[in-house]
Design a protein around this ligand. Structure first.
Ligand SMILES: Cc1cc2nc3c(=O)[nH]c(=O)nc-3n(C[C@H](O)[C@H](O)[C@H](O)COP(=O)(O)OP(=O)(O)OC[C@H]3O[C@@H](n4cnc5c(N)ncnc54)[C@H](O)[C@@H]3O)c2cc1C
Length: 291
């Protein structure tokens, strides 16, 4: 099938895009990499009256270090994240996750802004943004706005974004010293969406965990941080029993769905297995200074 007819706009600047979107908010869609939007248009699951193509907005395609963290422009392609030395040095968990996003052809076009705005519950980027306490910065006719990633995703394919809001950049705050991180995913084939994916950071000082973060994708209606598991790890000495208990709690903390690919019980099992793996790996990476 082909898309229903639409008006096409291709602004040269963010200011122009904001004005165009403000005038047509409810009936327009932004077009970034097109990897999620174009299939929806082709199947006529979406029939917007207008498309605003933001691919000429080179001002939104950047990676910049900032106070030990990273600012990532919304139009930064997945492959640029995957291969960036700055991402690998500062947020290796993001580099690791990117290798699991689809295939190279999709990663060459897909953007971080598109992935966050699309909000697939099994997608890697929303989950890593949630793990890393990202700030999602936007512009609309009302001005700039910042959303915490943890409050950004509201359900399958839905976010807090208003119809006239454009994601402009994502800020990843610096990780504390002595932090290790890891990502693990299970999918049926390489490049498929995750059946479940889990990522962790573990920070230690004086032999104890000072902070741990655990995020999951594919196991709920949106990416989740597992607060109860994180609290169970804080202040503890890292050992296999602690990780086993935390992993079991992780599996019990999610509320997955059953679909053609996996049952809810299997997803719960996977979350526990992957949680054990990423917590162990994240901690090991601190010890060898690799994270
Ligand atoms: C075969 C295939 C396999 C895939 N596998 C995976 C996978 O394993 N994991 C994964 O995470 N993703 C996967 N994807 C999706 C891919 O990562 C998409 O690139 C991504 O979800 C959307 O990014 P995009 O730039 O292509 O956005 P688009 O498709 O252009 O847009 C998606 C949505 O976001 C909105 N949007 C885009 N940019 C902005 C912005 N700056 N501000 C506000 N709204 C915006 C659009 O209006 C639209 O609603 C796959 C896609 C394909 C085709």
């Amino acid at each position: 099938m082909k898309p229903a007819p639409f008006e096409y706009f291709c602004p040269d600047s963010l200011d122009e895009a904001v004005v165009l979107l403000a005038g047509r908010a409810a009936e327009a869609k932004l077009l970034a990499g097109g990897q999620s939007l174009v299939p929806l248009l082709n199947f006529r699951l979406l029939q917007p009256a207008a498309l605003i193509d933001i691919n000429r907005l080179s001002e939104l395609a950047f990676l910049a270090e900032d106070r030990g963290g990273l600012r990532i422009g919304a139009l930064t392609r997945h492959h640029a994240l995957e291969t960036s030395p700055a991402v690998a040095a500062l947020f290796p968990v993001l580099s690791e996750a990117m290798a699991h996003v689809a295939h190279l052809a999709v990663r060459n076009r897909g953007t971080i802004g598109g992935s966050l705005a699309h909000a697939d519950p099994a997608a890697e980027l929303p989950m890593v943004a949630t793990l890393l306490d990202a700030e999602i910065r936007t512009r609309s006719a009302a001005g700039p706005h910042t959303h915490d990633a943890r409050d950004f995703f509201t359900g399958p394919l839905s976010t807090v974004l208003a119809d006239d809001e454009i994601v402009t950049e994502v800020f990843l705050p610096a990780l504390p010293p002595r932090t290790g991180s890891a990502f693990a995913e299970f999918s049926l084939r390489r490049g498929d969406f995750a059946i479940a994916a889990v990522a962790a950071t573990v920070t230690v000082a004086d032999g104890r965990i000072t902070a741990a973060r655990l995020a999951v994708a594919g196991a709920d209606e949106r990416p989740l941080r597992l607060d109860e598991v994180e609290a169970s790890l804080a202040g503890q000495c890292f050992d296999a029993d602690l990780v086993e208990t935390a992993a079991r709690l992780a599996g019990e903390s999610v509320n997955p769905f059953t679909d053609l690919r996996a049952s809810a019980d299997y997803r719960r099992h996977l979350v526990a297995v992957l949680a054990r793996r990423v917590l162990t790996e994240a901690h090991a990476r601190i010890a060898v200074g690799a994270a």
